[in-house]
Design a protein around this ligand. Sequence first.
Ligand code: SF4
Length: 384
Amino acid sequence: MNTLQSDSEHLSFPKAAYIHVPFCHTRCPYCSFTVVADRLDLVDRYVQAITRELSTLDSPNPVNTIFIGGGTPTLLPREPMVQLFSEIRRWLPLADDGEWSIEANPQDIDPTLCQLLRDQGINRISLGGQSFDSAKLKMLGRDHTGDQLTRSIDIASQWFDEVSVDLIFGVPGEDMQVWRSDLRTATSRGVSHLSTYGLTYEKGAHYWSQLQKGQIMAVAEEVELEMYLFAIETLTQHGMNHYEVSNFAKPGSECIHNQTYWHGDSWLGFGPGAAAYVGGTRTVNHRSTLKYLQRIETGLSPIAESQTLDWSTRTRERFIFGMRQLKGVDWSTIVNVGEPEAIEAIAQQIPKHIELGFLEWHDGHIRLTPQGLPISDSLWLDYW
Ligand code: SF4
């Protein structure tokens, strides 16, 4: 078998699509995503631009997963929202058993919206909850309360089998008591999926400059580690499968779309700041929403960056991204599709990390151990 060809061919037929909706009420102080705050006046231009970008596909591209992320997609007024969904269905027909996720703000969730989303074909809802603690939510600059999050979970669960909630830990001023309470509430609501992220200070976010000026204090590293380990212990005790560094799911409720990224497979991306990976080439659209709109409106490509990955880089990425999964990487898959010298280089590093207790072999997979999990990011430099 010509492995180079099999890898490239596989990457030429994306079965996943991401659509970025950049609108938010306000910008949260920790956020550095591609977002425009309080600019709903741009919505009609945005929907037209996405329609034009989708039409560059020339013919419909059937997919297994669609993920509408943001920003706050549920902030869209109903008419343009339905128009957007209808264009997505036209250009990205979803497989019968496909997964269609949307990110939602807890404050926007009500039965009417849930009915609309479900009627449009969406079958998975991801709530940007972050916390049930109102003081922590205030610190995060969120516009919902803990009670509103609880209510939104209860409403969404009546309409969707798959309800995911994002939780953040390590927020300035937060202690173990607050985090324990967040996890207790999340598990008591019976959500099917939880993503837990330690707060990061990204350049460009308000929190980053506040940290530099000493106006806020980051939670100590050892406390953050304790919070992470406590989440693993609590959520697995509640029957959730810890399937990726930051993600937990009831068995069978793992997010299929995100596995595209961890498997090193290709995906389509639309909207400001959206990345795509097709045929071994990674592209990123202009991050400024206005620039994205202007370029599309004047017939120009929205792509700001493009990088074609060679076979060796694809192999290393497939390994490193795959290792984020707790089941690890199926070594036979890497050997089947990978570039021989890159595989050799990876194989040379593994014994050292096994000896240190960070990696282990299990059932043909190389995977992180519980000791390797909290420090995993620092291991991957050795595999580039
Ligand atoms: S964190 Fe979410 S809701 Fe807040 S500004 Fe960023 S994308 Fe919008």
